[in-house]
Design a protein around this ligand. Structure first.
Ligand SMILES: Nc1ncnc2c1ncn2[C@@H]1O[C@H](COP(=O)(O)OP(=O)(O)OP(=O)(O)O)[C@@H](O)[C@H]1O
Ligand SMILES: [Mg+2]
Length: 138
C-alpha cells in the first residue's frame, strides 16, 4: 500500500541547527495537514529525537519531511537516513534505557510510542533509515 505524497522537503542533518530546522518543518507540515495539538507535539518531538540520532549516532545524514495521504487520511511522514555505523542490537536499542552515548536511551523508544507507524532499516557498517508516520484523526 503506497501513500500519496502531497509535498516533500529534503533537508540536511549535519548540524545542531539542521535538527531545529527539521523539527520546525515537521511541526509546520503536521499543522498544515490538520493534526491536532497533541499529535503535532508528538511528531515534532519524534522529529527532534530522530534527527538528533542521525546527527550524533549516524554521523550526519538527511531527512525528508512529507505530507502524505492514505484512503483520504492526512498525515506527515518523516524519513531519516545516514551512512553511519548502524545499530548492532536493534531490539535492545528499541527497548529503551540503552545508550552508547551515556544518555538516557529514550529517543528511539519514545519516538516509537509517539507516532502511528515506525520502521527501522539498519545495517551494521552501512547505515540506518528510520521512517515514521503520524496521521490526523478523522
Ligand atoms: N541513526 C543511528 N545510527 C546508529 N546508532 C543509532 C542510531 N539511532 C540510535 N542508535 C543507537 O541506539 C541507541 C538508542 O537510541 P536512543 O535515541 O533511544 O538513545 P540515545 O540517543 O543514546 O539517548 P537519548 O536519545 O535518550 O538522548 C543509541 O545510543 C545508539 O547506540
Ligand atoms: Mg537519541
Amino acid at each position: 500500500m503506497s501513500d500519496q505524497v502531497l509535498s516533500r522537503d529534503d533537508l540536511p542533518v549535519t548540524t545542531e541547527g539542521d535538527v531545529v530546522t527539521v523539527r520546525r518543518r515537521a511541526q509546520a507540515v503536521a499543522q498544515a495537514r490538520g493534526l491536532g495539538t497533541f499529535a503535532v507535539a508528538a511528531v515534532t518531538t519524534a522529529a527532534s529525537e530522530l534527527a538528533r540520532n542521525t546527527l550524533t549516532h549516524g554521523r550526519g545524514g538527511d531527512a525528508s519531511v512529507e505530507a502524505v495521504a492514505r484512503d483520504g487520511r492526512q498525515g506527515v511522514r518523516l524519513t531519516f537516513r545516514d551512512q553511519g555505523p548502524g545499530i548492532a542490537d536493534l531490539s535492545r536499542a528499541l527497548a529503551g534505557g540503552f545508550s552508547t552515548a551515556r544518555s538516557l536511551g529514550l529517543g528511539l523508544s519514545g519516538s516509537r510510542r509517539l507516532v502511528d507507524e515506525f520502521d527501522i532499516d539498519t545495517t551494521p557498517g552501512k547505515g540506518t533509515v528510520v521512517t515514521v508516520i503520524k496521521w490526523a484523526r478523522f
